[in-house]
Design a protein around this ligand. Structure first.
Ligand code: 76R
Length: 269
């Protein structure tokens, strides 16, 4: 079968499964064990693939029993794993109650060197020949290179808590993001980035594009060790004009990252 690689970006799936307990209880212990082993093996084998990444989560609030986040550079393979996970328990035991698909992408609003040059000259009074300017510009280059790499080729971080929600930039009459000119959008996003950077040490974010793929414009996945910072970053961003004027949000899912075995124990399977 011909593989599907994208011109740009990797494929991302967020899957949410519910266990049909009535069907599960009908299985004998051996069938149950085989199901759990299959699920674990499918994920384990998947993770051996180059840049194929997966995490499992238990969902706080029980909007789903099992959440899986998958990242994969090749779409046929990703789709096969989705099916293999969904069918691993056999007999319709796992029901997909929610899913969201998207692709990693570079943002068109990422700060450029000339933006930062202006900041250093106009706000900080530095000239390009000064050592402080050069040091700061060097740090900026490094940070932006790392940011671009992370957006396009995400390496999922190890964190205990994951927050996922889809979002749009609104298209209503007096707040249509897509009718603004680029410079205005860029100014909004620059101020958004300043808020975001305050959380560099506590929240890792992955914004993936879903226009043309799913019902929302982006999938936002946030990773943290403490849910306090998830609450805090969302709260602070409420006051950013980019979110306040244009942000529209779908359902939120908060997952606690667990290895499959721990997750099965958690679910009393
Ligand atoms: O420094 C730079 O120039 C890159 C800055 C940057 C861009 C362009 C950035 C930084 N984001 C960008 C784009 Mn973001 N982000 C979100 C959400 O809840 C909300 O109100 C919004 C959800 C969060 C929590 C978040 C966090 N970001 C975007 C976009 C536009 C789509 C596009 O074109 O890419 C959306 C929809 C979006 C949404 N953002 C950051 C963060 C954080 C924590 C940062 C700082 C990351 C870092 O510098 O390491």
């Amino acid at each position: 079968m011909e593989q599907i690689h994208a011109k740009e970006g990797w494929f991302v799936s967020h899957l949410y499964f519910q266990i049909d307990r009535a069907l599960w209880d009908v299985l004998d212990r051996d069938e149950q064990r085989r199901g759990l082993d299959r699920f674990e093996k499918v994920l384990g084998d998947f993770k051996k693939g180059k840049n194929c990444q997966a995490y499992c989560y238990s969902i706080w609030g029980l909007k789903a029993d099992i959440a899986v986040m998958l990242v994969c550079p090749e779409l046929q393979h990703l789709n096969q794993i989705e099916v293999d996970l969904a069918t691993s328990f056999g007999g319709g035991v796992l029901e997909t109650v929610h899913s969201f698909i998207s692709m990693s992408e570079i943002s068109e609003y990422i700060s450029q060197e000339n933006d930062y040059d202006r900041t250093l000259r106009e706000k900080e009074g530095l000239t390009p020949d000064s050592p402080v300017y050069q040091e700061k510009m060097g740090q900026f280059r490094e940070r932006i290179q790392a940011y671009i790499k992370d957006r396009l080729f995400p390496q999922l971080p190890e964190h205990r808590v994951m927050c996922f929600y889809p979002m749009n930039k609104s298209r209503v009459r007096d707040a249509n993001w897509y009718m603004l000119d680029f410079e205005e959008r860029k100014t909004y996003m620059a101020s958004h980035a300043i808020t975001g950077r305050k959380f560099q040490a506590t929240v890792k974010q992955l914004v993936t594009g879903s226009i043309g793929l799913d019902n929302w414009d982006w999938g936002v996945t946030l990773f943290a060790d403490d849910p306090f910072y998830l609450k805090k970053i969302l709260y602070d961003m409420r006051y950013d004009e980019a979110s306040a004027k244009f942000g529209e949000f779908g359902d939120f899912y908060i997952g606690l990252q667990l290895e499959p075995r721990e997750l099965f124990k958690r679910l009393r399977l």
